[in-house]
Every structure is written in C-alpha cells, then in structure tokens.
Design a protein around this ligand. Structure first.
Ligand code: GDP
Ligand code: MG
Length: 166
C-alpha cells in the first residue's frame, strides 16, 4: 500500500510533533508554511506494510477578499488530490475558531477525512467524548482517532488506520 496524506489543522495543534514522532526529526523540520506551497512533502513513513507520504497542503481559512476566496478554492483542490486528509485538533483547546468553516468546506472535497484528536494527555477522558460529538455533528468523519503526538499514545493505531485506507 502507498498513498498521499494531507495534514491540516490550526497552528499549534501538533502537526510537526506528530510528524517528528512518525517519520523522525530530520524530515519533519522541513519548512512549515501553509498557503505558500501546494502539496509539499513533509515526511515519508515506510514500513513492511507500505508507504505513507505526508503532505503539507494549503490550509482552509475563512476568506476576507477575492484573493482569499481563490486560496480556499486552491486548498480544496489540493485536498482533492490526496488519498486521505488528517484534520488535527487540540483536545485541550477544544472547539476553535475556524473549525466550522473548515468542516463546511471539507464537505466539498471527495477525499476521506480522519479527525485526529491530539494532546489527549492534557485532558480528562470525560472531556473527550463531548468534544468528539461536537465535531462529529458537523462532519461525517471516516475515523476519529484520539492520540498524544508528544507521548506517542495511539499513534501506531493511527498509522494502521491510515494504511488500511490507502
Ligand atoms: P503545529 O503548529 O501544528 O506544527 O504544532 P507543534 O507540533 O509545533 O506543537 C505545538 C505545541 O504543542 C508544542 O509545544 C508541542 O510540544 C505541543 N504538543 C504537540 N503535541 C502534543 C501532545 O500530544 N501533548 C502535549 N501535551 N503537547 C503537545
Ligand atoms: Mg508545525
């Protein structure tokens, strides 16, 4: 199996930390500038099961101008080109500004989407289900995967679920 996976989510949700954990430090320190590049390779994970190519795609942000509208369209096109989208959120921060807009626009994209709930080491388990329900109410995620990118909790499960989609 092999395929392309886009990693999206607000700043500081843990995208770089997840990449460091999965593919190792060297590749993950590649530049991290959404909206300046389209589908830039961020890291490659290889195992006996196959290969996952993680991409930095332009993030979907609420536009404030004609240029902004063009960038949203570009972001949607970029996400349509990959095999899977990982939408990372920060469990400790909770539901954030822009999340609804992202999910509305993901509905226009054909690619399957996983909700990756990061930083579960920072929240009480009781907080997790209401948060996940709130997101699930707005978008029919193909999988919901709680992880701690920092501690590596459940990241092996995430890799398995990704592989099974490719
Ligand atoms: P990015 O902007 O999405 O790339 O986010 P970063 O990977 O740079 O992470 C932002 C901050 O969150 C850093 O201080 C990380 O150490 C921290 N962080 C990332 N993942 C986790 C996690 O699973 N648990 C905790 N407690 N902190 C995390
Ligand atoms: Mg980063």
């Amino acid at each position: 199996r092999s395929g392309f996976v886009a990693l999206i989510g607000r700043p500081n949700v843990g995208k770089s930390t997840l990449m460091n954990h999965i593919v190792g430090q060297k590749i993950a320190i590649m530049s991290d500038k959404p909206q300046t590049t389209r589908n830039k390779i961020r890291g490659v994970y290889t195992s006996d099961d196959g290969q996952i190519i993680f991409l930095d795609t332009p993030g979907i942000h609420k536009p404030h101008s004609k240029l902004g509208e063009f960038l949203v369209k570009t972001a949607q096109d970029a996400l349509d080109e990959v095999d899977l989208v990982l939408f990372l959120i920060d469990a400790a921060e909770g539901y954030g500004p822009g999340d609804r807009f992202i999910m509305e626009n993901l509905k226009k994209v054909q690619t399957p989407v996983f909700l990756v709930v990061n930083k579960i080491d920072q929240v009480h388990p009781d907080q997790l289900l209401p948060l996940i329900d709130r997101y699930r109410n707005e978008y029919p995620f193909n999988e919901v995967v709680p992880i701690s990118a920092l501690q590596g909790n459940n990241t092996a499960t995430l890799i398995d679920l990704i592989m099974n989609r490719l």
